[in-house]
Design a protein. Structure first.
Length: 253
């Protein structure tokens, strides 16, 4: 969407702060021995305390309140009472919600406790590249140039980017205008430019080796066929003529 009124700005700010606060507290609450369903229910309580409605279920009928992906699950992991978190797990939590008609979205990967799988460089690459990329976004910049930058930064660190998981416009819907996909690679067919006052959810999907991920039997969870790990970080932003406004800055990623 494009921010047109004070109401739009306040609405997007409140929705984004709700999901940001939920993500931060869920990351702090996660511990070994906990099921992902328990963590998901905790997140639901946090969102409802803000008056927010979890977007995955509301928009798509997702079987969970938030997406929680563990280890080789790249995205859209379904929280269950069978998945028990362990020391050293790579965990990704993606929290999105609607509040008073406006949507906020954010996510982050982290290592639970001791890094037994030596994945800290991957997680840090995803986080660092997100913030470096935010600094490249402003009105008039080509979307494809930002994708090229993400891929270049990943390669410098010895990683790849996932081509079929992308950032998106957000606002009055979870996936809203601008309709362009914010790819993590230079999409030469995308000739769109970022426009001032539009709101986007920028996501970095950085992998140990894979370029694509695929749905598993549950129809939701995405994995690479070669078992690669993927780390993701995401902020909801307002595009300006300068540095973007990070609406989900309170998530602490």
């Amino acid at each position: 969407m494009s921010i047109q009124t004070k109401q739009d700005l306040e609405g997007m700010t409140k929705a984004s702060e709700a999901v940001g606060a939920a993500l931060k507290k869920m990351r702090e609450y996660a511990r070994p021995g906990m099921t992902t369903k328990e963590l998901d229910e905790f997140g639901y309580d946090l969102l409802r305390a803000h008056g927010a409605n979890p977007a995955p279920k509301k928009e798509y009928g997702f079987p969970g309140w938030t997406c929680i992906s563990v280890n080789d699950e790249a995205a859209h992991g379904i929280p269950t009472d069978k998945t028990i978190l362990k020391e050293g797990d790579l965990v990704n939590i993606d929290v999105s919600a609607e509040l008073n008609g406006y949507y906020g979205d954010n996510g982050g990967s982290f290592i639970l406790g001791e890094d037994k799988q030596r994945l800290t460089p991957l997680v840090e690459a995803s986080r660092q590249i997100l913030y470096l990329t935010i600094g490249k976004i402003r009105g008039g910049v080509r979307v494809s140039e930002v994708g090229a930058f993400i891929e270049s930064e990943a390669r410098k660190r010895g990683f790849t980017t996932i081509k079929n998981l992308v950032g998106h416009g957000i606002g009055l819907k979870l996936h809203d205008e601008p309709s362009c996909e914010l790819a993590n690679y230079p999409d030469r067919f995308n000739r769109q430019r970022f426009r001032k006052n539009t709101v986007v959810a920028l996501e970095t999907f950085i992998s140990t080796k894979a370029r694509y991920v695929y749905p598993t039997r549950d129809g939701w969870t995405m994995k690479a066929k070669d078992g690669s790990f993927v780390a993701q970080h995401e902020h909801t932003l307002i595009v300006t003529d300068g540095y973007p406004v990070i609406l989900t800055a309170n998530n602490g990623i």
